[in-house]
Ligand binder design. Sequence first.
Ligand SMILES: [Mn+2]
Length: 475
Amino acid sequence: MAEQVKKPVGIMETVLRDAHQSLIATRMPTDMMLPIVEKMDKVGYHAVECWGGATFDASLRFLKEDPWDRLRKLRDGFKNTKLQMLFRGQNILGYRPYADDVVDNFVEKSIANGIDIIRIFDCLNDLRNLQAAVNATNKVKAREGRGHAQVALSYTLGDAYTMEYWTDMARKIEEMGADSICIKDMAGLLVPYKASEMIAAMKSVTKLPIQLHTHYTSGVASMTYMKAVEAGVDVIDCAISPFAMGTSQPATEVMVETFKGTPYDTGYDQNTLSEIADYFRPYRDECLASGLLNPKVMGVDIKTLLYQVPGGMLSNMVSQLKEQNAEDKYYDVLREIPAVRKDLGEPPLVTPSSQIVGTQAVFNVLMGERYKMATKETKAVLRGEYGQTVKPMNQEIIDKVIPGEKRITCRPADLIENEMDKLEAEMKEWKQQDEDVLSYALFPQVATDFFKYRQAQQEKVDMTQADTRNAAYPV
Ligand SMILES: [Mn+2]
């Protein structure tokens, strides 16, 4: 091995985004992050992930923090390290498709406030839904030399998802002007030898760097990373040990040690990493003591591999069934999920398709008749409003749920008129910075509540504390 050419693997540290999203419902406050930034900045990480839909939502909703302000503070602290965010394609950080002018503006402001790398994904892997965000990033890059568009493929299993499918997508991503590719395995479904095969196949058709993202949920993640690195993957997503494993990512220190002395050696200093772990460990203990971190999510959930359903989706489903006093229907719903997924064109299960498929499956079982009731979102998927699925949707279900309705075959956002002016007009009484319009665009009610709270704080009025209702965010 010593004679092999050196090819250090990069690590993206997820503790400031996905790790706390996966383990403690995205509740890490900015004040917890800032004291360790200077040390983290010394490691030499490929990037630090620090922003995304759930962090944005939870900041406004539960922590009563301005997510833009968090980003600016992190940017101030990270002098050498690239900052990365997760972006839901045309849905931005929200749950519905937005007009291109909102996508454009959001990308502009994200980079202006400190983001370097934007990881853009679509819940249907419909690349048309990613093009506007990629173009917007490239526009900033051409102008300012900063900004990197990473297109993420949501990894999933199913008849349609052959090696030809993945290599074909890799080619198309290169053609659409992206800077790198991510394989985003939300549920930990990618097993080690499959990862070897997939990375090698993708590397044979594209020159773009490839980054792998997975979760430890099913227990295979570190083996998957090892095989992927051997097959040539460029970057892996890891979390510092106190916030690693379980539904989070493999531990950073473990991966660093694994590749030490090999051609893939990261060169990171274990002492620095150890100091970072020391910083986060008491916070982990605190989260365990308060119940925010449930030891249940730290184990291996083999059901993930058996049912191919992301962990977060299972827990949502259990709470929906509980509300209806129908917990005995758990296995009926588990069987119904793949059936609904097939009806809807076999999409990957990731926000928001995971919620749409899961909720419809619960309805189908509880109503005693499939699609007796369809959710607004199921109807929208069937109409094509979320984009094109890799397989055709079930015509019988289309005829039953949206009889005679017109379906969309173009890029959905082509039908959405620019909306920035309208959004600004709706919220202008609260606007203190341009970014506020974007917060409002994504989460109108939550952002408005935050603006009221902020104003009350500024006027020193004592307002009711943040809503602490538990919410789970699929990752
Ligand atoms: Mn994730």
